[in-house]
Design a protein around this ligand. Structure first.
Ligand SMILES: *Cc1c(COP(=O)(O)O)cnc(C)c1O
Length: 225
């Protein structure tokens, strides 16, 4: 890793391309979501100037403080919410984000449907699956996914583009990525958001269409700051 964001970004782009080639996929079939949580505009701006437009944040409040100004300057930014969303923040999330990747329960589906109608703004939606059934992690259990995805469509009129997962940190992620792909296939969904700094190449081999990479681009996060 380098000190400067742009060198890191270029390395990650090159690794994504190589992983695509190896898997017989078009590099353009994978979107890099640069995860900028905890990092300020002074680290985000160089990535923007290097052409990166797709970013991920995990907290509504933090994103609200950082992104409206940058969006004015770079109107084609695509902002993804990748962290858990409280129902009472659905309004702000619908107003700010272009993609919400963390839909994981009926009360949130209902709140998002209501806000999207009210604001006439339709962020793309992904459903988060807790593939490792970890109690501390957000997301639906894999065996709840089918009923929930059907309900999203039939009960709340929501169009779901795909699925997101965060495999257990110390596990081989391959089985988790495969499971996510199987559920998506059953529901004819194309988007698979999977793979982070330590496993995005594996995720690409398993069909990821979006990889969420933070540390490998921006460096370690300082939560004390
Ligand atoms: C922080 C975060 C990432 C990025 O993780 P890195 O290991 O820094 O690449 C990806 N996805 C989610 C949901 C995150 O919260």
């Amino acid at each position: 890793m380098h000190e400067d964001v742009v060198s890191n970004l270029n390395d990650v782009r090159a690794h994504i391309e190589a992983a695509c080639r190896k898997a017989g996929r078009e590099p353009s079939s994978v979107t890099l979501v640069a995860v900028s949580k905890t990092h300020g505009p002074e680290r985000i701006r160089p990535a923007l100037l290097a052409g990166q437009r797709c970013f991920g944040e995990n907290r509504v409040q933090e994103a609200k403080a950082k992104w409206p100004d940058l969006k004015q300057e770079f109107p084609d930014i695509e902002l993804h919410l990748i962290g858990p969303l409280q129902t009472n923040k659905a309004k702000e999330a619908v107003a700010l984000f272009d993609v919400i990747e963390s839909l994981d329960r009926p009360s949130l589906a209902e709140a998002l449907a209501k806000e999207m109608a009210k604001q006439n703004r339709r962020p793309k939606l992904l459903v988060q699956i807790n593939t490792g059934a970890e109690p501390q992690k957000a997301g639906l259990l894999p065996d709840e996914a089918d009923d929930f995805l059907t309900a999203c469509k039939e009960r709340w009129g929501l169009s779901i583009q795909g699925l997101m997962c965060i495999p257990p940190f110390d596990a081989d992620p391959t089985a988790h990525f495969k499971l996510l792909g199987d559920i998506a296939k059953r529901h004819r969904m194309k988007q698979l958001s999977m793979g982070m700094s330590h496993d995005y190449e594996t995720a690409i081999a398993q069909g990821a269409t979006q990889v969420r990479v933070g540390t490998a681009i921006f460096g370690a996060r300082d939560y004390a700051a």
